[in-house]
Ligand binder design. Structure first.
Ligand SMILES: *Cc1c(COP(=O)(O)O)cnc(C)c1O
Length: 374
């Protein structure tokens, strides 16, 4: 039996050609010419002035937080239902994540829960667009303006997505992307910070590379790390970008096929096809088990694996992370809707290399598992 993996990237464009160019010219480090070109293209794509490519999306978040000089005593509002990269960027800087519950239908942060969390210590709102639909940005931007807060935008899953026609990645004072292989555009590992602020861009460049002082090398005023992005990664990225629209279209077709094929299964919720501000781009195709089903997402993922289907559970909430439990920073907090998604949400194979035949098999197995499960 051929196992269908949860994600397989599509690398059959110019990836190999550009990689060979790196080898032939000897440019394989972060000094190579593809890096700048890739940065310019990604920044231009989302209408930003500056793009700073870094080693991964997690690094991009860390750099974004540090670039804004968020630190000890500061608070950053973010969803509890997200990847730990978001909370880690804040806690590593010595600041405190302040959590907000999820919207039951879009799975994104409930923007109506933000204002009550604002205190005199709040420095920023970190929005994280999840699973293919953007956060309701108008409300976030209104609050940021009213309370003079920075906006950090995690658009890791949003390549090619827009909010009311404006690209995701263009909304934050500082915004980030990831190019991990399960994102619409991949470079293997990789990430980028984008911004319109020259000052922030300069800070990000320094933070990416050991915080060398600009006037003299090997003199440092701040601690950072090596978060550089290589010419090899940029080579893959440039080839991927050439197919951006095709990839987004393919994901939407995949979403449409899954929704049509799975909608008559009882006891599950499927992703929203569109909201008033965006059409879903299905970062991955998620399924949420309804309350009438006693089974957990972990159990369903296990049963799908037995059938040869790769699936993953949704994110686990930040306030329920053992590592933060030990530190006691979210003690006693409860976020009902986010906890529900974390226990009942899962996603099925949705990588760009997935074929129609594979999708048909996925549908058949999902149906078999869910119809035989209470
Ligand atoms: C993938 C992802 C990240 C982290 O990116 P890496 O490149 O894997 O470090 C951050 N935020 C979100 C929302 C993601 O989906």
């Amino acid at each position: 039996m051929n196992f269908i993996p949860v994600n397989e990237p599509l690398l059959n464009g110019n990836e190999k050609k550009y990689l060979c160019e790196c080898i032939d010219t000897g440019w394989i480090s972060s000094e190579g010419p593809f890096v700048g070109r890739f940065e310019e293209k990604v920044a231009a794509m989302v209408g930003r002035k500056y793009g700073i490519a870094v080693s991964n999306g997690t690094a991009a978040l860390e750099i974004a937080v540090k670039a804004l000089k968020i630190g000890e005593g500061d608070e950053v509002i973010m969803p509890t239902f997200t990847i730990i990269s978001c909370a880690m960027a804040v806690t590593k800087a010595g600041a405190v994540p302040v959590l907000v519950d999820s919207n039951k239908y879009t799975w994104n942060m409930d923007v109506d829960g933000i204002e009550a969390k604002i205190t005199p210590r709040t420095k920023a709102i970190m929005v994280v667009h999840l699973y293919g639909l953007p956060v309701e940005m108008d409300k976030v931007l209104e609050l940021a303006e009213k309370y003079d807060l920075k906006v950090i935008e995690d658009a890791a899953e949003m390549h090619g997505q827009t909010y009311k026609g404006k690209p995701c990645g263009s909304f934050g004072d500082i915004s980030i992307f990831s190019f991990y292989p399960n994102k619409h555009i991949t470079t293997g590992e990789g990430g980028m910070v984008v911004t319109d602020s020259e000052n922030l861009a300069e800070r990000c460049c320094a933070l990416r590379n050991l915080c060398f002082r600009r006037d003299v090398r090997y003199i440092h005023d701040e601690i950072s790390g090596n978060y550089r992005f290589t010419n090899l990664q940029a080579a893959v990225g440039l080839a991927q970008l050439e197919r951006m629209e095709e990839f987004v279209e393919k994901k939407r077709e995949m979403g449409k096929f899954y929704t049509e094929s799975l909608s008559n299964i009882e006891g599950i919720s499927l992703p929203i096809v569109r909201t008033e501000y965006a059409d879903n781009i299905y970062w991955v195709y998620g399924i949420v088990l309804k309350e009438e089903r006693a089974v957990t997402n972990r159990e369903v993922v296990k049963r799908l694996a037995v059938e040869g289907i790769g699936a993953r559970t949704f994110f686990w909430c930040m306030h329920e992370q053992p590592v933060y439990g030990k530190q006691g920073i979210f003690r006693g907090q409860k976020y009902e809707r986010a906890e529900y998604l974390a226990r009942k949400g899962l996603y099925i194979p949705s990588g760009l290399a997935l074929t129609r035949t594979q999708m048909e098999i996925v549908v058949e197995k999902v149906r078999k598992v869910l119809q035989g499960t209470v």
